[in-house]
Design a protein around this ligand. Structure first.
Ligand SMILES: [Zn+2]
Length: 264
């Protein structure tokens, strides 16, 4: 038995945690969707949650996989998505950080995450986080070896209401220390959506200590990237999904054209 088999929380008939499209495509874009799904492996029961709780934004990034897949089709680029709930383990957190396997999300207690042993945590890391982040890392390393240019697009969505807070922004563009592409995408989004609020690093910001995808996969490799957040009520039906995918694709293409002119 391999280490992975010994630690795996999934039965043979349960889907692989990593959904991959076109991993070898030569497009300059690579899309990641850390919170794409809301599955819970049978071995963890329901984590103590009702179906209504897991379907809420605390379980996953509602709508963003469909937007990302439409962008993937437009760009014909690699896409990596993790389809189990972020309440099983958050695949955008370094292992061992406080919010990696949350005991509380918004105001909901996640009973199945309380009192975990180191062994329980290791199984969740080995089953979900590792294969997902290793798949992304292997793709980025192979692209570097082949001399492909890469722009990482980290896709997320956010709830319009969080606790007592109403979030007016339609979307947000996020960046960490490397703001090169993020600022250009922000400018393009504001130009394309003049009647909407497009926020910068609000309501979330890149957390260089605790986040995984941007700090480890993009910043540490020196790859230009942008993290995008779209408000969930705007991408709750097919027309909204199609419209946002199209606008984001145009903004990103324009931003990259400017980026390449500036770096030439
Ligand atoms: Zn997310």
């Amino acid at each position: 038995m391999t280490r992975h088999e010994a630690l795996c929380l999934l039965a043979p008939d349960e889907p692989d945690p990593v959904l991959v499209h076109a991993p070898d495509a030569g497009s300059p874009f690579v899309i990641t969707v850390d919170h794409a799904g809301r599955r819970i492996p049978r071995s963890l029961g329901t984590l103590g949650l009702s179906e209504a709780q897991i379907a809420r934004h605390i379980g996953w990034d509602i709508g963003i996989l469909a937007v990302s897949e439409a962008m993937q089709a437009e760009f014909a680029c690699p896409l990596f998505a993790q389809i189990y709930s972020r309440l099983v383990i958050d695949c955008n957190r370094r292992p061992g950080t406080r919010t990696s396997i949350p005991e509380i999300s918004e105001s909901d207690v996640i009973a199945g995450n309380i009192g975990l042993s180191d062994g329980d945590r290791l199984k969740r890391e080995a089953t979900f986080l590792e294969p997902y982040q290793v798949a992304i890392g292997d793709c980025l390393d192979e692209r570097a070896r082949l001399g492909h240019n890469t722009y990482l697009l980290a896709m997320h969505s956010f709830t319009p209401h969080y606790k007592n807070e109403v979030r007016p922004m339609a979307a947000a563009v996020l960046w960490g220390p490397d703001d090169r592409l993020g600022r250009l995408v922000l400018e393009e989004m504001r130009r394309l959506c003049p009647s909407m609020e497009i926020a910068a690093n609000q309501p979330y910001a890149v957390d260089m200590q605790n986040d995984y995808t941007v700090p480890v996969q993009a910043e540490a490799r020196g790859l230009p990237y942008v993290e995008i957040e779209v408000r969930q009520d705007l991408i709750s039906d097919p027309p909204g999904i199609a419209a946002w995918a199209k606008t984001l694709a145009i903004a990103i293409r324009n931003a990259v054209a400017t980026f390449e002119e500036q770096s030439a």
